[in-house]
Design a protein around this ligand. Structure first.
Ligand SMILES: *Cc1c(COP(=O)(O)O)cnc(C)c1O
Length: 461
């Protein structure tokens, strides 16, 4: 059939819409979506023919209307949706970092669906401050005098530098001039905040004397930053926080630390024990510590600043504070998460900490569960393998956590092809390729994910 005669055979849109199939879809979805999907499919068909390509659209109902329904369903899929994280990277920035505890999720729902006490002082009926919702809790769990929360840690750093060091010097060790990712580079951020960067020491070694020599009348603060996504090993040296704090205070300047990862206080025996923690930094005399809500703290996106009342007060009053304020849903989740800490429940209730410290036997149980579900499927071959997972998200750099994964082979699809097909599902399953094999790391699976993965393989197409 020539392209022209094929084009002439396309029914009019109105004719298609008069068919029973269109009425059914209008009922099931909506008239507007049905019309728009019919138009899109017909337009695509026309395009194909006009460009001399084959088009296999069959306009006879019900075949045609099942295609229309498929398109409506695809268009209804939300862009931001849940995925199964089988990468083994616990704080995966591309996958939304920390999954929240149920308590935090419930807090979001309660606040999202109605009005709230966001800025209302219940006792007086007057205007309250959203910061006071979490300030006492933060002080309780970190030992700080005061705290302030903003939208994320990057904003916390900018606000801190702008409020404390605008037009003045900020001294940073050459080993700590970090890039976090997404072009957030410490030298640029210092400049953006209106402060001047003064470098001290060398990449691998910065001594107390190097900081001391750099301090002058223009110095506002010493900035320590966590080398959170790399590690300098070997011939290295850096003064302790206590030494830095003593030096800073003796010379009348501040010591600020950008910690990023956000372990609130030490917990011996845990994997996060090796990360710097906020309580220790405060105790050592750091004037303000900035960290993320959604890294090792295991809460929502937020930037937290804990420190002395004098310093935090300057941040609260700075004009930028309004521009970087935290939203009410994150605040609700942050409060609920901090309450779990205050109640001593962090190891049982914070998903990120549970995953990081997950016992190898529990990971293996999950791998067995997944492997037995997958082995029952045609075309699928799998076995349990040892692998390494990572904390990710700028935490525990270089720390490989031993884990178990299921390595999967499909009779009809290559590993790369499987990876893509799994990613394209309504609930995408995100795995990784390791040494040519598709690997599903079970450390980062949540309850019920094994069944979701098996269902994805069963419908791989
Ligand atoms: C992650 C990180 C940040 C940025 O935190 P966000 O909450 O992602 O804005 C800043 N500083 C350090 C040291 C970090 O690790």
């Amino acid at each position: 059939m020539s392209a022209n005669s094929a084009l002439r055979k396309i029914p009019a849109i109105n004719t298609l819409l008069e068919r029973a199939g269109a009425a059914t879809l209008s009922e099931r979805y909506s008239r507007d979506e049905t019309i728009s999907a019919v138009q899109a499919i017909v337009a695509h068909h026309r395009d194909q023919l006009a460009n001399g390509r084959e088009s296999t659209i069959d306009f006879s109902s019900p075949v045609f209307f099942s295609e229309v329904e498929q398109l409506i369903k695809e268009r209804r899929q939300v862009n931001l949706r849940r995925v199964v994280n089988a990468t083994g990277i616990v704080l995966h920035t591309n996958l939304g970092r920390a999954p929240l505890a149920p308590e935090a999720v419930n807090a979001i729902c309660a606040v999202a669906s109605g009005y709230s006490t966001l800025e209302l002082d219940i006792a007086t009926g007057n205007r309250g401050s959203r910061n006071s919702i979490v300030e006492d809790l933060l002080c309780e769990v970190t030992g700080a005098e005061a705290a302030f929360v903003v939208n994320n840690c990057a904003a916390a750093v900018v606000l801190t530098l702008a409020a404390l060091a605008e037009g003045r010097d900020v001294i940073v060790s050459r080993g700590e001039l970090i890039e976090i990712g997404g072009s957030f580079r410490m030298p640029d951020i210092i400049r953006q905040s209106g402060a001047r960067l003064v470098e001290a020491g060398a990449t691998n070694k910065t001594k107390l004397g190097d900081y001391e020599a750099a301090i002058c009348d223009d110095t506002a603060l010493l900035l320590k930053s966590h080398t959170s996504n790399f590690k300098i090993v070997g011939f290295t040296a850096a003064p302790t926080r206590r030494e830095l704090a003593e030096l800073a205070h003796a010379r009348g300047v501040l010591l600020i630390e950008d910690m990023g990862s956000g372990v609130l206080s030490d917990r011996t025996g845990s994997i996060e024990h090796d990360e710097p923690n906020v309580a220790d930094a405060i105790e050592a005399g750091v004037d303000a510590v900035t960290f993320s809500g959604d890294k090792l703290l295991g809460g929502p996106q937020a930037g937290v600043i804990c420190g002395t009342a004098a310093v935090v007060d300057r941040l609260k009053k700075h004009p930028l504070a309004r521009a970087v304020r935290i939203d009410k849903l994150c605040l609700a989740a942050l409060e609920a998460t901090l309450r779990l800490y205050a109640q001593g429940l962090r190891e049982r209730a914070i998903p990120v900490l549970k995953m990081l410290n997950r016992d190898a036997t529990l990971i293996k149980d999950s791998a067995r569960n997944l492997s037995s579900r997958l082995s029952a499927l045609p075309n699928v071959n799998c076995k349990i393998v040892e692998t390494t997972s990572f904390a990710g998200g700028g935490s525990l750099p270089g720390e490989a956590l031993s884990s178990f994964a299921v390595a999967v082979e499909h009779a009809r699809h290559s590993p790369d092809d499987c990876l893509e097909r799994l990613r394209r599902r309504e609930t995408p399953v995100i795995g990784r390729i390791h040494q040519g094999r598709l690997i599903l790391d079970c450390r980062t699976l949540l309850d019920g994910d094994e069944a979701v993965i098996a269902n994805a393989f069963a419908n791989l197409a």
